[in-house]
Design a protein around this ligand. Structure first.
Ligand code: C2E
Ligand code: MG
Ligand code: MG
Length: 713
């Protein structure tokens, strides 16, 4: 047991001695007595005590009547100098009242000097020192908790079992507007006044629940605290019950913090995520939400709703020619006018680019959607003045009606999109209601487009070859390469089904280059096998011809494959010639310059006359198969075919009859001196291998009869 220093302040040596003796043989503690005779000496000692480390005075034993200080003053000055050190007053029986007064003022206890003995004194001192140490520890603990509570950023508040406030830390004082002293004893609802941020109804106090349920209560979402002065702050909180030593709930504590900034930020973020930054209109995500809600509502009330899908006509042209800044302002202007056309319960949203969607949630008749669409077109038609520009804008609108055209948001949006494309096809600046046929066509188109995207790299294209026959000799004098798409699911897809899609998506240029290269390569193979006169024809779409580097590509591929340019024929369509621009003539002249042959395919189906065609360097006319088909039965077709043959001859153009299927047709053509024919009568288009076989047969039959021209394998 360590030694406890007892400061004894006592004038009378005999009394001092009796204290020493009483403490010397104690079994209750090991005491070392420091004896001083006066109050001032005692104060000096206590002053040193405050500065020194090491052995501390554990208790003071004092006789209040000293030479330099008398009575309660002695106690007061000592207590003031060292309030943390317990004081035991030694008193005579006459001064007992003063000793009692000292106890009231903070002394631990008093003992009568005459009754001191070695049992009582150490016992009294020991328990007094122990109590003081506990109190000190408790104080320190409380102090530490207080400092902690006031230094954390969260507000802390506690209540007792009757839900009356017992404590607020500094942050809680700030947030509630109540000081801890003011709040203490008030019902918690008064101090901690919370409402639901959306409904503004009072919210149940989480601390009361923590007490009732005896468990930690999770965060209350969307909670708003109203401060004493009426100011509101969004808060997040959690509460826990407080237990006594026996585990009974005696109150609750709550930790909460001001979530206004975080909540405002999250509101802003969610606004940004749901709105288009350029026009501030709801975006695709928010529209989808609203559409889903509107569908649920319409279905419950058995009502209709309409969705208008708008696309600004030729917006890309404006953007490209006047710049993005003007394009952006035009979109903003369109957005504003759209909003002006509809009610506040309707939603105008921007889907991105120049596409807008209008949701009309409550529709009595489908007709009303058309009325709104007309209104929109009329409103947008007034010129938009942007900077010095007066921009005239039209839109194409597709309309769908729930539930007729779709029951879910995806279907409705998709069908509205199809209908919008139809409006574009129908010449723009109009609106179209969705019809189920659009769906089938558009879905088909979409699926083809997706497949085409990878068809080249997956090597899904093949060329088939159809011979062109010299109708006089029956010899194969040329071949037309015709593309097929070996689709993994659909099998062999004919070009009529996918070439138009490839043209629209721009894939046609790459596909055309592949055809050109593959056909040239194959022609070289055949030439090496001894068919030198074989000229290979490939079909070129108008879009390919318009590509800037088309002529260069033809030249490069000829050089690369080693095919002589005279062995290549390009079959063009009238659409390209119809453009009749300078560049059309230039391209054709450049191609002629390379030495390739040019043929006009499907002649007669377009608007071009022979005199018109004469202006271009065309070598061959291919009479379209529709004329050949009926030439035996239809006198008009017969005369057109014979006219073309004879005029071609006079213009020094070669004439090829396409689609020869019957012997009668062949005889007619031969009678009219048509030099070349192509068609199933001779052979359908064949794979490269079969065509090679055919070439072999043809060589052997070269001198044979034309009447026996069924060459097919
Ligand atoms: P086209 O250039 O007029 O080709 C002739 C079409 O008539 C071919 O159809 C051919 O198979 C078919 N045909 C041949 N003989 C007969 C016959 O006796 N009777 C009938 N009814 N039809 C016959 P195909 O191969 O389906 O090609 C259709 C069109 O696709 C071609 O018409 C051409 O315009 C285009 N095309 C084919 N391959 C390509 C290509 O590689 N690139 C481009 N841009 N277009 C191509
Ligand atoms: Mg052709
Ligand atoms: Mg043709």
């Amino acid at each position: 047991m360590s030694q406890q220093i007892i400061l004894l302040i006592q004038e009378d040596p005999a009394n001092a001695l009796s204290v020493r003796e009483a403490l010397s043989n104690s079994i209750d503690g090991c005491f070392k007595v420091e004896w001083l005779r006066g109050c001032q000496e005692g104060l000096d000692r206590l002053a040193r005590e405050g500065n020194q480390r090491g052995d501390r005075i554990a208790a003071i034993l004092v006789d209040l009547f000293l030479p330099d200080s008398r009575g309660i003053d002695t106690f007061d000055s000592l207590y003031h100098a060292a309030p943390q050190i317990p004081i035991l007053v030694l008193s005579s029986s006459q001064d007992e009242d003063i000793a009692k007064l000292a106890v009231q003022r903070g002394a631990q206890d008093y003992l009568l000097q005459a009754r001191l003995d070695s049992y009582l004194l150490p016992k009294a001192l020991g328990s007094m020192i122990g109590r003081a140490a506990n109190a000190e520890a408790l104080f320190e603990e409380k102090e530490r908790a207080q400092v902690t509570l006031n230094s954390i950023g969260d507000a802390v508040m506690s209540i007792d079992i009757w839900c009356q406030v017992t404590y607020l830390n500094a942050v809680a004082e700030n947030l509630t507007g109540w000081s801890c002293a003011d709040a203490a004893g008030h019902p918690v609802e008064e101090v901690f006044n919370i409402i639901d941020g959306t409904t503004r109804k009072p919210m149940a106090n989480p601390m009361a629940a923590a007490i009732r349920e005896n468990k930690t209560e999770a965060l209350t979402p969307n909670c708003v605290l109203i401060r004493r002065d009426g100011h509101e702050a969004a808060i997040e909180d959690s509460s826990a019950p407080i237990h006594d030593r026996r585990g009974r709930v005696i109150g609750a504590v709550m930790v909460f913090h001001d979530a206004s900034t975080a909540r405002a930020l999250s509101l802003k973020m969610s606004y940004l995520a749901q709105h288009d930054s350029l026009t501030d209109l709801p975006n695709r995500i928010l529209l989808n939400d609203r559409l889903t809600q509107a569908i649920a509502l319409a279905s419950r009330h058995q009502q209709k709703l309409a969705l208008l899908f708008l696309d600004v006509d030729r917006f890309k042209h404006i953007n490209d020619s006047l710049g993005h800044a003007v394009g952006d302002r035009l979109l903003q202007s369109v957005a504003q006018r759209l909003i002006a056309c509809v009610r506040t319960s309707d939603t105008v949203s921007r889907q991105g680019g120049d596409e807008f969607v209008v949701l009309l949630p409550e529709m009595k008749h489908a007709k009303s959607a058309a009325v709104i669409a007309e209104k929109i077109m009329a409103t947008l038609a007034t010129p938009h003045s942007i900077d010095e520009h007066e921009l005239h804008v039209t839109v194409s609108i597709g309309i769908v009606i729930y539930p007729d055209d779709g029951k879910d948001p995806e279907t409705l949006m998709k069908n509205a999109d199809f209908a919008m494309y139809h409006a574009k096809d129908a010449g723009r600046n109009n609106c179209q209601f969705f019809k189920p046929e659009m769906n089938v066509r558009a879905a088909e188109r979409q699926s083809l487009e997706n497949g085409l995207r990878h068809a080249l790299e997956r090597q899904e294209f093949v060329l088939h070859y159809q011979p062109k026959i010299n109708l006089e000799t029956g010899v194969i004098i040329g071949v037309e390469a015709l593309i097929r798409w070996r689709h993994p699911d659909r099998g062999l897809v004919p070009p009529a089904q996918f070439i138009p899609v490839a043209e629209e998506c721009g894939f046609i240029v790459a596909i055309g280059r592949w055809v050109l290269r593959e056909a040239c390569r194959q022609a070289c193979v055949w030439q090496e096998r001894g068919v030198p006169a074989l000229r290979i024809a490939i079909n070129i779409s108008a879009i390919e011809l318009r590509a800037k580097d088309f002529v260069a590509a033809v030249r490069d591929i000829l050089a690369e494959t080693g095919l002589e340019s005279g062995c290549l024929e390009l079959e063009l369509t009238e659409t390209f010639l119809m453009e009749d621009s300078k560049s059309t003539v230039t391209v054709l002249n450049d191609l002629k310059g390379l030495g390739v042959h040019l043929a006009l395919d499907d002649f007669g189906t377009g608007y071009s006359s022979l005199s018109y065609v004469k202006r271009f360097p065309i070598d061959t006319l291919k009479i379209d198969q529709s004329f050949v088909r009926d030439l035996v039965t239809d006198a008009d077709d017969a005369s057109i075919v014979s006219a073309v043959i004879s005029m071609g001859k006079s213009l020094h153009m070669r004439v090829v009859a396409e689609g020869v299927e019957t012997r009668e047709q062949l005889e007619f053509l031969q009678k009219h001196d048509c030099p070349v024919g192509q068609g199933y009568l001779f052979s359908p288009p064949l794979g490269a291998w079969e065509f090679t076989q055919l070439l072999g047969q043809s060589k052997r039959r070269a001198a044979g009869e034309i009447a026996d021209t069924r060459l097919s394998a």
